[in-house]
Design a protein around this ligand. Structure first.
Ligand code: ADP
Ligand code: MG
Length: 373
């Protein structure tokens, strides 16, 4: 079978730093390929090269057998490569239908699209798209009223309207609620029946949902390994560089620590020394021995990078005991150095979300204050 995409010995250097390093990759038409890899692995650069935004330093990219060397971005787009960026780019003051009309009509002029009655063929296309992206009920709502996930789906719809042969999506689940993540996943799976898709993704739950075929793991600008989700999750190389060991504490404990860590992160202004003190305090909370405390400290560092909003974390607390523990740890953390405005703001927000009785809050704060007397 002729490959839709073939990448040979691709290297991209930025001032000598190899963001991509002798990378080889190929995929068949009709595949839904998921690409994962830690931050800085080169995933976005990989898409930048395919779309012509960045030129290879070495090696080549073949799309349907054609070398993309020196072809400008807009021409590559016309050749049939569509890209969905991380943040939605839809016209907020147009309705969902009008946004789709714009791209379904070949004449991409906003005014002519708005004022010419759409031909029946075209409106049927728009109708089909609305159904595909699950936004029929919101067809006449202005795009600005859509949730973040709905906007993502609309933008995917707009991309599909241009019938690209290859669809590139960069972290489509980033910042979505669980329900929206599932919707976007389902949409990608249904599109995969008739499109070739590369989805770059960080969120492992999402990867599990959509990866029904091959997953490619990027690491330091090269392909580390490829296989089914099961294969890569059990590959020692992947476990080492990307997935890490399964967290050594329970998800509930991890949730508690993540919330407390948000306090420390509030002003984004920590010296590594301060951060170490906090990580060490937090890891002591659940470590079973010194060795575990050390490894837990490393684990926490990785989880810090995720920066999940409190609104998502706090509702996961299971009971009163967990809430109280979070309160204690969080107050200890902001009290462990000079409090600043951002920290107090985040702490206030936490208190609101925790919704604990005032006397409990007062009691916890007084207990911790006593240690500083
Ligand atoms: P990922 O998307 O996997 O997180 P990127 O492709 O964004 O990774 O980046 C890979 C590496 O290349 C990173 O170390 C990044 O700092 C570097 N990089 C990316 N773009 C540039 C650029 N334009 N100039 C210099 N370095 C870059
Ligand atoms: Mg990226």
């Amino acid at each position: 079978m002729k490959k839709i995409l073939e990448i040979e010995n691709l290297t991209v250097s930025f001032d000598g730093f190899k963001a991509l390093n002798n990378l080889n990759f190929s995929m068949n038409p009709g595949e839904l390929r998921v690409i994962i890899g830690p931050n800085g692995a080169g995933k976005t650069t990989f898409l930048d090269v395919i779309t012509g935004k960045v030129q290879p330093t070495k090696g080549r990219v073949l799309f349907k057998g054609k070398n993309l060397k020196k072809i400008p971005e807009y021409k590559i787009a016309r050749m049939g490569i569509g890209r969905k960026f991380q943040t939605p780019r839809v016209y907020l003051n147009l309705t969902v239908r009008e946004n789709l009309d714009l791209v379904c009509n070949h004449n991409k002029n906003v005014f002519s699209t708005l004022f010419k009655p759409p031909k029946s063929v075209e409106s049927r296309t728009v109708g089909g798209l609305l159904e595909t992206i699950g936004l029929e009920a919101k067809a006449n709502a202005p795009a600005e009223l859509l949730s973040h996930g709905e906007k993502q789906r609309l933008e995917i719809g707009m991309l599909v309207a241009q019938s690209p042969d290859l669809l590139l999506v960069d972290e489509p689940a980033a910042g979505l609620t669980d329900e929206e993540t599932e919707n976007v996943g389902a949409l990608l799976l249904s599109l995969a029946e008739s499109h070739s898709i590369i989805a770059i993704e960080h969120d492992m739950e999402f990867v599990r949902q959509i990866a029904n075929n091959k997953v490619t793991v990027l690491h330091q600008g090269s392909v580390l390994c490829e296989g089914t989700m099961d294969e890569i999750q059990n590959d020692p190389k992947v476990i080492e560089v990307y997935l890490g060991k399964a967290p050594s504490i329970t998800p509930e404990q991890m949730n508690i620590l993540r919330i407390a860590v948000s306090m420390a992160w509030a002003d984004g202004n920590f010296t590594p020394e301060q951060m170490n003190v906090i990580l060490s305090r937090l890891s002591r909370e659940f470590a079973i021995d010194t060795e575990h405390q050390y490894s837990l400290q490393q684990e926490l560092q990785n989880y810090l990078a995720k920066n999940i909003p409190l609104e998502e974390l706090v509702p996961k607390l299971k009971n009163f005991g967990e809430k109280e523990r979070v309160l204690k740890l969080s107050y200890e953390i902001i009290r462990s150095n000079k409090m600043n405005r951002q920290e107090i703001e985040v702490y206030q927000k936490l208190l609101k979300l925790l919704d604990l009785p005032d006397d409990i809050v007062e009691q916890v704060e007084t207990e911790i204050e006593a240690k500083y007397k």
